[in-house]
Design a binder for this molecule. Structure first.
Ligand SMILES: *Cc1c(COP(=O)(O)O)cnc(C)c1O
Length: 426
């Protein structure tokens, strides 16, 4: 069946009338290559169907929540069973305690847990707890790191005030000198250092954490009585069955979680060590849906699968198969790729493609061949993927390289012109 997008186009046109810009936020395809579908009808395992019935091997995994496959029967059964008995009630179910026990058992640094809905809830709570614990204001954040969409951290400043973003100092990820300079600039007012577990910023190569940087962040927090916060919302349980910085031997005081912890059911969490327990008990945070029992029931099953299955090793092996196959195919077609980050969270860009023109054409050709890739955001491998899915992606990639090779000279991607303007301004 040939790829079509007539129903998607019609919905996008109707959306323009009743939704600002037709769509907003990270799932808007406004900055994706032309023709990327905006609306989807179904998802199962590693596959996704758009409203026109086109099927994709999905390498975005809902931007992170899909860890064990869409519509995982075991996880979803726990969700549905709990929802039938009672979900959002006047108080939580017993699952809240069971889940706090399970999370603190799974994550080494954690002695307690608080649950919320979005990753932004968890990172914002971390910020408040650090300020309450230290009675200080300044937080250090790596330049370009994403910690959510509240006024203190949303990437686009429109609608925020300088005071929303006050008391923040930016440092360069993985750069000890830059981190130390930021700590000096904070003087006697340091409340916390925020760190992404890996550098997973958009549009640029990913970086694994340099252990010297991670250790220095820990030491600096200890010297100043500040809290170290690892934002594991995106990478949590994709790199390790523990907080991601367990891989570099560094334990934070607080870690924020979301996305994959209930395989797509809405719940996020903030985990903390005993040092931050009193301060966590002293802030007022809540939400109408934060105590819903059904996502907690789904999360309990997800955590059991994290503890008991080989999902992590499988996603790494599949990611490595993809990485090796793409390199081989790129070379054969006369291209060089930059594949960065952990194999199971790949970011793939063309070398010598600052304008992203090759990347856009290649991703677009992949999409029309049934493989959903992203040109400038890290992707994800889920445990429901098979070697056949990877090989399907490799076949599409090989065809897509030929499309780029045969295209002749490419102009810059117009919709990304703000990027070059931002770079000139920097
Ligand atoms: C997605 C994300 C967040 C925000 O999570 P939401 O659920 O979208 O609020 C925070 N930090 C990181 C690293 C993320 O990837």
């Amino acid at each position: 069946m040939a790829w079509t997008n007539s129903k998607d186009s019609a919905l996008r046109e109707r959306a323009q009338a009743v939704i600002p810009n037709g769509m907003y936020g990270h799932q808007s395809v406004m900055l994706m290559p032309d023709d990327y579908p905006q609306f989807f009808s179904r998802a199962e395992g590693a596959h996704l169907w758009d409203v026109d019935g086109n099927r994709y091997v999905d390498f975005m995994c809902g931007y992170g929540p899909n860890l064990f496959g869409y519509a995982n029967p075991t996880i979803d059964q726990a969700y549905f069973d709990r929802a039938k008995l009672g979900d959002t009630m006047t108080g939580p179910g017993e699952e809240m305690v069971l889940l706090a026990e399970a999370m603190t058992k799974q994550v080494t640094h954690a002695d307690w847990a608080m649950f919320c809905k979005n990753g932004t809830d968890a990172t914002t709570m971390a910020l408040m707890i650090a300020r309450n614990h230290t009675r200080k204001s300044t937080i250090l954040v790596a330049k370009g790191a994403y910690h959510g969409a509240a006024p203190w951290c949303t990437p686009l400043k429109n609608g925020t005030t300088p005071s929303d973003r006050a008391n923040q100092i930016f440092y360069d990820y993985n750069d000890v000198d830059s981190l130390e300079a930021a700590v000096r600039a904070a003087g006697t007012d340091l409340a916390a250092i925020f760190a992404s577990p890996i550098k997973h910023d958009t549009f640029i190569d990913q970086e694994l954490p340099n252990p010297a940087y991670a250790r220095r962040a820990r030491e600096l927090c200890d010297e100043h009585g500040a809290l170290l916060i690892v934002d594991d919302v995106r990478a949590g349980f994709r790199l390790a069955r523990d907080c991601s910085w367990a891989l570099v031997g560094v334990q934070p005081d607080l870690s924020s979680w979301g996305k994959a912890i209930a395989n797509g059911h809405p719940i996020s969490a903030l985990l903390g060590s005993n040092v931050a327990r009193a301060a966590a008990g002293g802030i007022y945070v809540t939400g109408s849906y934060w105590f819903s029992a059904a996502p907690m029931a789904a999360s309990l099953v997800t955590l059991k699968m994290i503890a008991e299955t080989d999902y992590l090793e499988r996603t790494i092996a599949l990611g490595e198969r993809l990485r090796a196959g793409l390199n081989e195919s790129a070379t054969r077609n006369g291209f060089a790729l930059r594949q960065t980050g952990p194999a199971q969270m790949p970011l793939i860009m063309f070398d010598d493609d600052d304008s992203h023109a090759k990347g856009y054409l290649w991703n677009s050709a992949m999409m029309k061949r049934g493989v959903y890739f992203h040109p400038w955001h890290n992707m994800f491998i889920c445990a429901a993927m098979t070697e056949a899915d990877i090989d399907e992606a490799l076949n599409a990639a090989d065809d897509a390289f030929k499309v780029v090779r045969q295209s002749g000279p490419l102009g810059p991607v117009e919709k990304l012109s703000f990027l070059s303007r931002a770079m000139e301004g920097a």
